[in-house]
Ligand binder design. Structure first.
Ligand code: SF4
Length: 362
């Protein structure tokens, strides 16, 4: 069982096997101008992505949906979702961005006001500063608690889910509060409501998520089928991306400041974290020169792959110089911190304007 509110998985292979997630590399060749996250295998799994490649290749309407539970600070790992949204926006998708304030209240006890404040100042501001255009007519940004279409749909679809099904998907037990038991239905409604007649009717919808969110995807696809006759829903598609390893070598987490680079960290703090990050370097310089480094166990290399280096050739060169022992970790960290500095300078310069735009939206 995967717990979407606290999972610390991840054995990606076991997950794909156990839950029937298909490999993303099988469809990547059909995607026009696939993004780096796609071609570099960071997006590793998919469900029904063929519907999306068809829509992309035939220029047909489709939508991209994501939800954010406003419970903490945004770190650099979260940027991956924004990068995917930007890519789909460029491809002409309608975007649906749900602020899951009802879920945050039910699962974490965060008030609606607090959710709104975190969503606005932390998430939306960064989304805009990172380059997502949320002012377009086809971008639907909303708070769950203020979207009657989502709330009504959640109630309607609840008729075809039993407690026993919810318990087996999510592990709820007799002590789980009723609001929490209800929140997955809100998530399902978030994902399905772009297909309501009011929003243009049935269409492919892609939901880019981390694998810990797969229980919601499975429930949504099941309910789309059960309500196909009533609403014409087609099963939404999903992609699954790898999580970033934390700078300490464990999972990157908002609640562990040393593991994560927050998007609102000062440049000084961010680069300091890079300099003290765990690498795939050897015990001694002599050993590293002889044996080479281990880029696949290195949080700095991951940072370069996920966020800092666009050019595949340059990345390949860094990798081979690491493997051969020609480059040492100090040089590599210096390079990563300079690139990160550029990224953060740009983010900082855009944040003030982004704040004004965000406030006009919510
Ligand atoms: Fe990581 Fe660079 Fe050291 Fe290789 S040389 S282990 S990529 S920091």
């Amino acid at each position: 069982m995967i717990d979407p509110w606290g999972s610390s998985i991840i054995d990606y292979e076991k997950l794909t096997e156990q839950f029937g997630i298909k490999e993303f590399k099988d469809v990547v060749g059909e995607i026009p101008d696939a993004s780096k996250l796609m071609t570099r295998g960071i997006i590793f799994g998919q469900r029904d992505y063929k519907r999306i490649t068809d829509a992309l290749n035939k220029n047909e309407d489709f939508a991209t949906m994501t939800g954010m539970m406003p419970s903490g600070k945004m770190h650099i790992g979260h940027k991956m979702v924004v990068d995917q949204l930007k890519w789909y926006q460029k491809k002409g998708a309608d975007l649906y961005l749900s602020i899951a304030d009802m879920e945050a209240y039910a699962a974490r006890g965060i008030s609606k006001e607090k959710s709104r404040e975190i969503a606005l100042n932390e998430y939306i501001v960064n989304y805009i500063a990172l380059g997502l255009d949320v002012t377009k007519d086809n971008v639907h940004l909303y708070l769950q608690s203020e979207n009657d279409d989502v709330k009504d749909l959640a109630y309607t679809i609840g008729r075809k889910v039993t407690f026993s099904q919810m318990r087996s998907i999510y592990g709820f037990d007799n002590s789980t509060n009723i609001s929490h038991i209800y929140t997955p239905l809100l998530q399902v409604a978030d994902i399905l409501h772009p297909q309501l007649a009011k929003y243009g009717g049935p269409k492919p919808v892609i939901v880019p998520v981390g694998p810990d969110q797969d229980p919601h995807i499975r429930l949504t696809r099941d309910l789309a089928t059960k309500f196909n006759e009533e609403f014409g829903f087609i099963e939404p598609s999903a992609t699954f991306h790898r999580f970033m390893t934390g700078l300490t070598g464990d999972k990157m987490s908002s609640s562990k400041p040393k593991s994560a680079i927050y998007l609102t960290d000062s440049i000084k703090d961010a680069t300091k974290k890079v300099k003290s990050a765990k690498t795939g370097g050897r015990e001694s310089l002599k050993e590293q020169k002889e044996l080479g480094g281990q880029p696949d166990k290195c949080s700095i290399y991951e940072l370069l792959v996920y966020h800092l280096i666009d050019d595949d050739k340059q990345l390949e060169e860094i990798r081979s110089k690491c493997l051969s022992g020609e480059t040492l970790c100090g040089t590599c960290k210096q390079c990563a911190s300079e690139l990160l500095e550029d990224m953060f300078e740009e983010l900082e310069s855009k944040r003030e304007e982004a704040q004004k735009i965000a406030e006009s939206l919510l």
